[in-house]
Design a protein around this ligand. Sequence first.
Ligand code: NAP
Length: 280
Amino acid sequence: MSEALPQVTLPGGETVPALGQGTWHMGEDRRLRAQEAASVRLGIELGMTLVDTAEMYGSGGAEEVVREAAKGLRDQLFIVSKVYPHNATTQGVIAACERSLKRLGTDRIDLYLLHWRGSVPLAQTVEGFHRLERDGKIRYHGVSNFDRRDMEEWVAAGGDGVATDQVLYNLATRGPEWDLEPWCRERGVTIMAYTPLGQGRMLARPELAEIARRRNATPAQVALAWLLRKDGVIVIPKASRAEHMRENRGALDLHLADDHLAALDRAFPPPKGRTPLGMG
Ligand code: NAP
């Protein structure tokens, strides 16, 4: 049984865990699938019941890993998946969603995102998402890799029910703090922070190691705790190893004091102006 973890409130009042899990690069190699599914399942059992995937990951293989991991637990899960921009016409988004539902082995996706902005007019994608919501195939819609101006255009195209913007956000990439995070907070739109560990590279930074040592924690836990302290931010580290999954869950027990936050600000300064979003 999973335990209840700190929650983030979606527009409309439903709550989801602030700490979820990602699945990029899962489902690419059949020999690793059992290990990957076991790790995602462990995460679910530890309470990280929000699982992020996409039709892109492993060409659908990651969605199959999620199905495997979720066996018998579907009602506890909040599944996030994403449509490719080239599939994001009104009819294309409906067909892509049907394919994802089949791979996920479920009748609904909880939150369905446009993976990044492509050349299809936003109004077409908005219309596709609204039809899927009306038909009960998705429960919420959102976007990914949208900066503040893209968000304004999305809303102007009719997408004012947008639940989340999933963006690259971590200690070393703080651009979203400048104007995207305030814009989202004002409107109750959640931010979903992807690549929260910098894909592991950031963890070797000595400043992070020093704070981790002082708190008897790990660099990954410090990086995650730094994001988890923010209201309205959902954090989705990916871990295909059980020991990483347990360690990431432990980040919820770490509360960073003001002097540690100040040291992190010195090592990883906040943006001084508008910065283009990074992309994973
Ligand atoms: P990440 O979560 O920052 O890092 C994942 C890497 O860190 C993996 O190599 C993992 O290793 C390792 N790791 C996990 N926990 C660790 C720990 N406690 N200590 C040391 N290393 C650890 O990077 P990400 O996968 O790019 O981002 C997370 C999720 O965000 C993705 O999986 C995906 O769902 C989503 N995402 C979305 C977009 C988008 O465009 N919307 C782009 C990128 C990512 P193991 O796997 O070996 O455990």
